[in-house]
Design a protein around this ligand. Structure first.
Ligand code: C5P
Length: 233
């Protein structure tokens, strides 16, 4: 699996997102379009960005009954993106329905990835608010196993969990890891964080980096720093 840095385009609208991408002259970063941008600008925004030559992870974290999620995946499959995702908390049947819906796109099938436990949650919150009393790593691993059983390609997890996921489920099962911070930065709302270099050592396949790049004084330099620490050290 080729390693890559995915930049989270967490911007309020088209102008800001394209203004950010215009900063990059030669590089075409792999980008993540999330709820904020997609809900405002819709599928046209995705098409515009893919037409500019960027690979796209469409991060909409689907979570609904199996039939509804399968329908959503059929719609998203039309957009020619490289990666889509859903919440493993929706259960195996929901994930299987989503994976089955991608069969219609065998010529250009996006990776289908499950979110395990959001990197903004920690173990005490899981226990107190969600009444999940298993250790966090076990919960992540269990959700990842369910995703594999359902025929998904991999999971979103913290870099701290990537090694455990690969050890249990194989090197080919993809790990996409947000919660990335440079050593000298604040965590913000993320709880389980790693640097790009640590994520590499821990075996992440893709790191997802938002604010450390988008809010950097020099975003292109920050992106290049991620690439050199994570992809080509
Ligand atoms: O700004 P920051 O680097 O924290 O952004 C991380 C990105 O990854 C955000 O777009 C967030 O929605 C996404 N993400 C996450 N944790 C997950 C799944 C996605 O932080 N488990």
């Amino acid at each position: 699996m080729a390693k890559d840095v995915i930049v989270a385009l967490d911007f309020p609208g088209r102008t800001e997102a394209l203004g950010f991408l215009d900063l990059f002259e030669s590089e075409k970063p792999y980008v993540k379009i999330g709820m904020e941008l997609f809900y405002r600008e819709g599928p046209d925004m995705v098409k515009e960005i893919t037409m500019r030559g960027h690979r796209v992870f469409l991060d909409l974290k689907l979570h609904d009954i199996p039939n509804t999620v399968a329908g959503a995946v059929r719609s998203l499959g039309q957009l020619d993106v490289d990666m889509i995702n859903l919440h493993a908390g929706g259960g195996i049947q929901m994930m299987q329905a989503a994976a089955g819906a991608l069969d219609a796109f065998s010529h250009r099938r996006p990776l289908l990835i499950a979110v395990t436990v959001l990197t903004s949650l920690d173990e005490s919150l899981l226990t107190r608010e969600l009444l999940i009393s298993q250790p966090l790593e076990e919960t992540v691993l269990h959700y990842a196993q369910n995703a594999k059983i359902a025929g998904l390609d991999g999971v979103v997890c913290s870099p701290l969990e990537a090694k455990g996921v690969h050890d249990a489920l194989g090197r080919g099962f993809v790990t996409v890891t947000p919660g990335i911070r440079f050593a000298d930065a604040r965590k913000g709302d993320q709880q389980r964080v790693s640097t790009p270099a640590e994520a590499r050592v821990l075996g992440s396949d893709y790191i997802v980096v938002g604010r450390p790049v988008t809010q950097a004084e020099d975003p292109v330099e920050a992106y290049r720093r991620c690439v050199s620490d994570f992809v080509n050290p």
